[in-house]
Ligand binder design. Sequence first.
Ligand SMILES: C[S@@+](CC[C@H](N)C(=O)[O-])C[C@H]1O[C@@H](n2cnc3c(N)ncnc32)[C@H](O)[C@@H]1O
Length: 217
Amino acid sequence: MIGFTRALVLLHRTFRRHPLAQRVHILGRFLTAPFLRTLGLVPVGARVLDVGAGHGLLARLLVEERASEVVAVDPDLRKILTAWNDPRVRFVAGFDPCIRGTFDAVTVYDVLYRLSPQDRDALIARMRDRLEPGGILVIKDLDPGARIKARWNRMQERVADFFHLTAGNYGENDSPEAMRGRLERAGFDEIEQRRIDNGYAHAHIVYVARKRYHRQA
Ligand SMILES: C[S@@+](CC[C@H](N)C(=O)[O-])C[C@H]1O[C@@H](n2cnc3c(N)ncnc32)[C@H](O)[C@@H]1O
């Protein structure tokens, strides 16, 4: 699996022509979120849909290491219009309902807490529709149960909202129980969760859920 230094070099090559402010933002994301700890969850050769892809940091790492292709969708034109070129990655400016077809894996990193509770359920249900039977949904979120880390995150997100740095508005993160409930209601199976925040200031948590081969009656 790609190591920290190689990933840093790869990201530097990919984003070196981006405006300085965006490069700082992307580097900040990479240093403060454990992207590398989640890459192995995506099957090798998978066709991936990354929802709320931002600048495509995850897409970059995924096509380098695991995925055969990535469709990266985000409604924020400031991020998506400065997209980089790679034949294996397609950037789409918009919301996920504009995506058709099915994928082996769907990734949703630090997006759900920017949606209202009802919109979170609706997005998870749509992600199920975008998956092949047996495909996996990988959600990276933050665990609100870790009080001090959650308080730090809340403050950062409110600053980001104040300066309109990210689309949507910050809402509380779902507890692991609430997230599991959403995934079960949407018909996902084999739901697993794991804290991946050791050494990080934020309480990063990853959820992996599989779409059943056949929906039970
Ligand atoms: C914290 S950023 C994470 C970006 C990227 N996933 C990453 O991990 O670097 C949240 C992203 O969610 C996007 N977003 C906000 N509302 C959204 C929605 N309703 N559907 C999809 N993406 C959304 C924002 O534009 C932003 O790029």
